[in-house]
Structures are given as C-alpha cells and as structure tokens.
Design a protein around this ligand. Structure first.
Ligand code: SAM
Length: 203
C-alpha cells in the first residue's frame, strides 16, 4: 500500500471504524455499484474514493480496468489488498486523504463514491467535490451512492441526504445526469437502507 497520508486532513485521524465491524461492511459490493459494472458503466482509469475494504475497487479491477482505491484507514486498505490477492485481481490501494485529491497528481475517467460524501460536513463536501473536479477528466463520470432521507426504518441512520442536498453538491463544473432511488445493504438493517445513486458528468 502506498501511503501519502503524512499531511492528512485532521478528519482522517479520527478513530478507525475498522477496529470493529462497521454497519456498511457487508463483505460484498453494494448492489447498485455492482450493477454499474455489469451494465458497462465503468470506463478507463477508475478511482474509488473512501474505498474501505475495496469491494468497489475490485469490481472495477475484475472488469479489466485500471483501478485505484484510496482511504485513510490503513487497516481497511490492508484488508482490501488481501482480498485482491485472494481473488487474483490487480488493483492499487493508496492511503490518501480524499479532501486532498489534487495532491494525487493523477486523472481518472470514472470515480466511485460509495457512502463517503454523505458523511462530510457541507464545507468539506465543497472541498471534496472541487478535488474530484481536478482528478476526473472532462467528460468523465462520478457515481455517488448515499443514504436517502426516504429511509424511515429502524434503526435510523446518520447522514441521510435529500435529493436536493445531493444535487446541490454538483452545481459548478458538473452535470447531474440522474439521481435514482435505490437501496443500500447494511449488516444491521435486514431490509436495507433507502439510498440515492447519482450519476454526475464532469464538464
Ligand atoms: C462509510 S465508509 C464506506 C466504505 C466503502 N466505500 C463501502 O461502501 O463499503 C467511508 C469510508 O471513508 C473512509 N474515509 C473517511 N475519511 C476519509 C478521508 N478524509 N479520506 C479518505 N477516506 C476517508 C473511511 O475510512 C471509510 O472506509
């Protein structure tokens, strides 16, 4: 694992959720993300932001794409690397702060965000989306999966976004092509969690 986190954003130094088994850790890709790969929506160089244990990086790699996952949790990234080895897949995992994407010094054709953006403050969302604009090539696409305010089941979940809140993150330099209602799997919610899948094109 490459580690570029020496200058990590303060938020990335909070307690590592992978010391336990966090609710989003389902040991498989989220179905909405898997469907993107199966429908041929992933292209070129793929960046998986806040990749966790790498399930979505690895579906890109399994599609024969050049796949990079970044996260601040060394523990999660080690698990991701183990999964890649076990599955015979080639993917790159980098310990890097998603609020400093421009410092990667690379560009990508596709970016994936599964459950990362929704956990940021409004100010950090703006910083993050600016960074995405730098690293996603013009015409490239970003797919964002996040919890939705349509979730009413118990237990409740944090970070639920309305469709308007999600779309408002992408007013400058992006076209929101679609926002679809979907469901996220969780290891706590048997029926899943209501979610949005946004498709955004970088202008
Ligand atoms: C809710 S989890 C989602 C993980 C994975 N994408 C998934 O769907 O299973 C959010 C991830 O963002 C990572 N993360 C939190 N702050 C970060 C930051 N500033 N830069 C990069 N990754 C970060 C966490 O370590 C965690 O793996």
């Amino acid at each position: 694992m490459t580690d570029t986190s020496a200058a990590a954003h303060p938020h990335s130094r909070s307690c590592d959720p992978y010391l336990g088994c966090p609710p989003w850790e389902i040991g498989a890709p989220q179905p909405a993300m898997l469907a993107l790969a199966e429908n041929g929506e992933l292209h070129g160089r793929v960046l998986d932001v806040g990749c966790g244990t790498g399930e979505h990086t690895l579906i890109a790699a399994a599609s024969g794409l050049d796949a990079t996952g970044i996260d601040t949790s060394a523990r999660a990234l080690r698990t991701a690397e183990e999964k890649a080895r076990e599955r015979g897949l080639t993917a790159r995992f980098v310990r890097h702060d998603a609020l400093r994407l421009a410092e990667l010094g690379e560009t990508f054709d596709t970016a994936l965000d599964s459950l990362f953006l929704h956990g940021l403050t409004a100010a950090d969302r703006a910083v993050y989306v600016d960074g995405l604009h730098t690293v996603v090539r013009p015409g490239g696409r970003l797919f964002v999966l996040c919890y939705s305010d349509r979730h009413t089941g118990e237990p409740d979940v944090p970070h639920k976004l309305s469709r308007d809140e999600l779309e408002s993150c992408f007013t400058d330099g992006w076209v929101v092509e679609s926002v679809e209602a979907t469901v996220c799997r969780s290891n706590v919610h048997a029926g899943g969690i209501a979610a949005w899948l946004a498709t955004c094109r970088r202008t």
